[in-house]
Design a binder for this molecule. Structure first.
Ligand code: SF4
Length: 741
């Protein structure tokens, strides 16, 4: 397909307007695009069709796609690593160089010395389908013999999406669908659907509210959804696990749970009953800051709503017991009779795949980095845990890693203690970055390969019960290429090109190979096709629909919903959803609290960025020009901080400059800072504001290996005209001392 092949809906004044899928992020919102002389000039909302939505970033697509900052040709480094001096190269030269170096390094150190990492910029639907699915990692290096494929799944989504639901329900979270439309109570916990990409759930929640459904939001700050909720329950950051156990305490002690369900379908209830005894509402109040009566009321409401549904996402992942906290919430949902019932948390059946792809064998040599430290993470994802990457590069532990292929990810703004990751990137023999703009990572790259936005490719988009073709809106900028064709170019040179599609026609042909009639229907339906699905069936655990053997129950080792997880116990973790106080908190670390008396949260999304992206786009920067530290008026007053003042946020790891947002949306004693800053193309204030100079590479959830981003300690002080600098230790002593020895 090409832009010329499709009938424009409207042509006027040389402008062509037509229905399209937004191509700025993988969200897949249905929009309307306006193209003039081959250039994208506007992206507008579209209504009346499924999955229509547009966010602020999407509205600014016409600035992003043709931005003068776009990478237009392959680049080869000519300066020192980090200088960002490159020369232009042809695709042939650049891909040949990468393949030659990969082979040389593989020969010298073993294939495991070459690793890959993929990020949110590599989530396009065909990339997911032709690689390692939802977990985003490219499978490119598996046939080469390296087990070290990894992705941002090392610090995002997997606790919520894989580890917690598999160890509890025996399924993935992408099967769990909140039934907002039939619910009497919607609890939003660990999520702010207003900043979701796409924002489909937010719209559904607001519609449910208009119809009278009660909304309760649990959040440390008054987020967009908390502002619109009927009740906002304000919680001390990092203590959500204690609240979940407190709710279970009330539900169990007041016998509000579904006794028949517990008897027949659960494993470990008695142990949980004993464990939650100490989580009385009063004790939970002292941990979380939530009044005891509010804990009791919420527990009773959840158990009697008939029914309540849950919107949770990645917000609960970033504490010292992130996986167990999410498990506790899932258990609460099941025990209160809200799992797989109308108006509850519905379990979606898995649709049969339509794609035909050649299976890739897993290498049998060295095991992936991080598989020893985080065995369950590795077992359930098949990925390396990238949090262990600096140790492998800088210390050769468990073996040396010498090369990294980085696809659509900004490692140096998203991983904790960026200075350590920077040292690791500097120490590599080969770093390849595939992206649309020059990231901080790219400054250290030997080869930079320019990829297209999704406005510039033909592909497809899957939605729940729906699918649609993605039609190219404009031709690729410069020589930029579809990511999947870049993979093909590399795979060809490594000797197994046939594993990836050779062009976009083949992408579509293979993606719908098992349902060619669907592809034909899609070609005839620019707005997409609704997939036929059987009528909804509830309580599928009773009818054998959750297990591959067709037996009733759950797809877990015990066949039951595992309150006490066999998989966790097998790997030496607590089987019950135990709560752990954040290790850097006022209660756990009172001495540190003397010097750092504010709880630090990072990671809440803002409307103008997509993670670290778009901070170079003038139209978006106008909405929020500066990186903000949200601070309560009482805490600001104590420090003589006024709205907009330049402040330093300090932790034991570093000191970073932000601008004060004095607001009672944040509680006293807590600070929230924006993430995403720290890349070279960004507005100057954002370039300096890398939140991950403040976070801690060694402070992690022991099951997932995820960093604790939402429960740290900090101090905030007025910068007072002192020179604004980012001071941070040149690497963590724990790592550095080992490197030196
Ligand atoms: S969420 Fe993503 S796909 Fe949807 S409008 Fe925004 S940028 Fe575009």
């Amino acid at each position: 397909m090409s832009v010329t092949k499709f009938q424009a809906e409207e042509q006027s004044g040389g402008q062509e307007t037509r229905a399209a899928i937004c191509g700025l992020c993988p969200g897949g919102c249905a929009v309307e695009t306006v193209v003039e002389k081959g250039k994208l000039v506007d992206v507008r909302p579209r209504s009346g069709i499924p999955f229509a939505a547009i966010c602020l970033r999407g509205r600014h697509s016409a600035e992003v796609v043709p931005s003068p900052d776009r990478l237009k040709t392959p680049l080869i480094r000519v300066g020192e690593r980090g200088e960002g001096r490159f020369r232009e190269a042809t695709w042939e030269e650049a891909l040949d160089l990468v393949a030659t170096k990969v082979k040389e390094i593989g020969k010298a150190y073993g294939p495991e010395a070459v690793a890959s990492h993929s990020g949110r910029g590599a989530f396009e639907q065909s990339l997911l389908d032709f690689n390692v699915g939802e977990l985003v990692a490219t499978s490119l290096l598996l046939p080469f013999g390296s087990p070290n494929i990894s992705s941002v799944a090392s610090l995002c989504y997997v606790s919520f999406g894989v580890l917690a639901p598999i160890t509890t329900y025996g399924l993935l979270a992408n099967q769990l669908a909140p039934d907002f439309e039939n619910s009497n109570l919607i609890l939003v916990w660990g999520a702010n659907p207003a900043t979701d990409s796409p924002p489909f759930m937010f719209d559904r929640i607001l519609k449910a509210k208009q119809k009278g459904t009660r909304i309760v939001a649990i959040d440390h700050m008054r987020s967009d959804i908390a502002q619109r909720a009927d009740q906002w329950i304000q919680i001390r950051p990092g203590t959500d696990g204690a609240l979940a156990l407190g709710l279970l305490h009330v539900v169990i002690s007041e016998k509000l749970y579904d006794e028949a369900f517990v008897e027949t379908w659960t494993h470990g209830f008695a142990a949980l009953e004993a464990y939650v005894q100490t989580f009385t509402p009063e004790k939970v109040a002292s941990i979380t800051g939530i009044p005891a009566q509010a804990v009791i009321d919420l527990a009773r409401e959840l158990a009697t709503a008939k029914h309540a549904t849950l919107r949770t996402y990645t917000g609960l992942e970033y504490s010292n017991s992130g996986v167990q906290t999410i498990r506790a919430v899932f258990i609460l949902w099941a025990l209160t009779g809200n799992l797989d019932v109308p108006g509850g948390l519905y379990i979606n059946p898995v649709p049969p795949p339509t794609i035909e792809k050649t299976p890739v064998e897993r290498p049998t040599g060295a095991t992936a980095i991080g598989s020893k430290e985080y065995p369950l993470f590795h077992q359930l994802t098949g990925l390396a845990q990238f949090m262990e990457f600096p140790k492998a590069v800088l210390q050769g532990d468990p073996y040396p890693v010498k090369a990294l292929l980085n696809f659509g990810a900004s490692i140096l703004t998203s991983y904790p203690q960026s200075a350590i990751f920077e040292e690791a990137l500097k120490a590599l023999e080969l770093l390849v970055v595939v992206d649309r703009f020059l990231t901080k990572d790219a400054l250290f790259a030997d080869v930079v390969l320019p990829s297209t936005t999704y406005f510039e490719i033909d592909s497809y988009q899957r939605y729940p019960g729906y699918v649609r073709l993605r039609e190219k809106v404009v031709e690729p900028v410069g020589e930029s290429r579809n990511d999947i064709l870049i993979l093909r170019g590399l795979a060809e040179r490594l000797g197994y090109g046939e594993l990836f599609p050779k062009d976009e026609q083949e992408v579509l042909a293979k993606a719908f190979a098992r349902k060619p009639e669907l592809l034909e229907a899609l070609k005839a339906s620019p707005d997409g096709v609704a997939l036929q699905s059987p009528p909804k069936q509830y309580r599928k655990f009773e009818t054998g629909q959750l297990r591959p053997d067709g037996q009733p129950g759950f797809n877990t080792p015990s066949g039951k919903l595992e309150i006490a997880s066999s998989l966790l116990a097998e790997h030496g973790y607590p089987a019950l959803p135990e709560y752990v106080e954040p290790s850097e908190s006022p209660l756990a670390n009172p001495e540190l609290f003397q010097d750092y008396p504010l709880v630090l949260n990072t990671g809440a999304r803002i409307q103008t960025t997509f993670r670290s992206q778009h901070l170079n786009i003038p139209g978006l920067l106008k909405h929020q020009p500066l990186p903000e530290a949200l601070i309560h008026p009482e805490d600001a007053l104590k420090r003589s901080i006024v709205e907009g003042a330049k402040v330093f946020v300090t932790t034991p790891r570093g000191k970073v400059e932000f601008y004060a947002k004095v607001t009672d949306r944040i509680p006293p004693g807590v600070v929230e800072i924006n993430v995403g800053g720290g890349s070279p193309l960004q507005a100057p204030a954002w370039q300096k504001a890398n939140a991950n100079f403040l976070t801690d590479i060694n402070n992690r959830d022991p099951i997932s290996g995820f960093p604790v981003f939402k429960a740290l300690l900090c101090q905030v002080a007025l910068a007072e005209g002192k020179q604004a600098i980012n001071q941070f230790p040149k690497g963590d002593m724990h790592v550095r001392s080992k490197v030196a020895s």
